[in-house]
Design a protein around this ligand. Structure first.
Ligand code: ADP
Length: 382
């Protein structure tokens, strides 16, 4: 059975067609709706995708859906009601959910016979206990406006935590893993027995680690100060903290490769920025060691995590007293385990694969809960 995974952004559609774990086709339609772009709208983009691939035996379409609020804790077969709930969650994810919804609408229209399944970035974190997701603020306000920690990058954290347990031969239902997804966006997660128990992103992907262009944790008073004292409009403050903060804000650029070159050349701003970036990771590792009561493994993933020995070494420096050591030679090779043999805490580098995880979750969900006959519920013909 084939699974088509779609990641629909506001101006792009990323797709990958799987047969089991094998990738049959993949690609990207970009600059949708822009002059000179690949397609005039999402429908044209998806038509283009589908014209280029062989859809015989297509068992399901898996949609990456970012924000599932408190409503979705697992992959969910899409019907009109599910669409309505994702629509209701738009205020929580004003950029991401509308894009996913247009991908879902077009795919349902073009492939009415094929079950469509939404896989949410937030779902994996629904197992975090209340004390880990509740902000200490006016409880009535929080309740009324759905304000709480949701967490993101869930498919990636789930995937690399499971891969880590497999790699180390640990029982999946007992392994305690701290996963560090360090890409343009970045988040940390504490995983116990395959379940998320803490994560660094919050109501939005803005909190936690220092990112490419996002600030990560800051005191909320910074916002009031910039508004009242500096006189900046609220939209401009938001834009600044999302687009011009993080490594971008500290160094003028967000590509970690360039920043590392500047550090080697002795650039003080880049050096400070990298120190801030790695220090924040270390602080979260410390927190999650405490939350988990110790860890079997710490795993780095995504663009920076998979490719930057400098960041990995600095983020975990000085932790040998906690059983955490990075072996210099292993760290600088392509090894998946970069701690010395026999370390109390294994340190791993694992390539994330969010599309594969989505395909596998979709397959598992359909096997466990075959959709009823009806809309989107018929198995694909042929
Ligand atoms: P996204 O969150 O957009 O999926 P990625 O996971 O691809 O991002 O990560 C992008 C980041 O990875 C960029 O900051 C890039 O500089 C960084 N990166 C990629 N390769 C390297 C490398 N060899 N060394 C350091 N950083 C790298």
């Amino acid at each position: 059975m084939k699974i088509l995974v779609l990641n629909t952004g506001s101006s792009s559609v990323k797709y990958r067609l799987f047969d089991g774990t094998e990738t049959l086709a993949k690609g990207l339609v970009e600059r949708i709706g822009e002059a000179g772009g690949d397609a005039s709208d999402h429908e044209a983009a998806l038509q283009q995708v589908m014209a280029g691939i062989d859809l015989t035996d297509l068992g399901a379409v898996g949609h990456r859906a970012v924000h599932g609020g408190s409503e979705f804790s697992r992959p969910t077969v899409i019907d009109d009601e599910v669409v309505a709930v994702i629509e209701r969650l738009v205020p929580l994810a004003p950029l991401h959910n509308p894009a996913a919804l247009s991908g879902i609408a077009v795919a349902r229209k073009l492939l009415p016979e094929v079950p469509q399944v939404a896989v949410f970035d937030t779902a994996f974190h629904q197992t975090i206990p209340p004390e880990g997701v509740t902000y200490a603020m006016d409880a009535a306000l929080a309740e009324r406006w759905q304000i709480r920690r949701y967490g993101f990058h869930g498919t990636s954290h789930a995937y690399v935590a499971r891969q880590t347990a497999e790699l180390l031969g640990l029982p999946a239902d007992q392994a305690r893993v701290i996963t560090l997804h360090l890409g343009n966006g970045a988040s940390a997660c504490a995983v116990s027995g395959g379940h998320s128990v803490a994560t660094s992103m919050g109501m939005s992907p803005q909190s936690g680690l220092v990112m490419g262009t996002r600030s990560g944790d800051i005191d909320p008073t910074v916002i009031f100060h910039l508004h009242r004292v500096a006189g900046l409009p609220i939209d401009e403050i938001e834009r600044s903290l999302i687009r011009s903060a993080g490594m971008q804000g500290l160094t003028g650029e967000n590509d970690m490769r360039t920043i590392e070159k500047r550090v080697e050349a002795g650039d003080p701003a880049a050096t400070r920025a990298l120190d801030v970036y790695c220090r924040r990771i270390k602080e979260y590792v410390g927190m999650y060691l405490a939350v988990l009561g110790g860890a079997d493994a710490i795993t780095f993933t995504a663009g920076v995590g998979q490719n930057s020995p400098v960041v990995r070494a600095a983020a975990l420096s000085g932790l040998s007293g906690l059983g955490i050591t990075v072996d210099k030679t292993r760290n600088e090779s392509r090894d998946q385990i970069i701690s010395p043999d026999g370390s109390p805490v294994a340190v791993c580098v694992i390539a994330t694969d969010e599309e594969l995880e989505i395909a596998q979750q979709v397959t598992a969900e359909l096997a466990a809960h075959p959709p009823a006959a009806g809309e989107g519920g018929q198995p694909a013909a042929g």
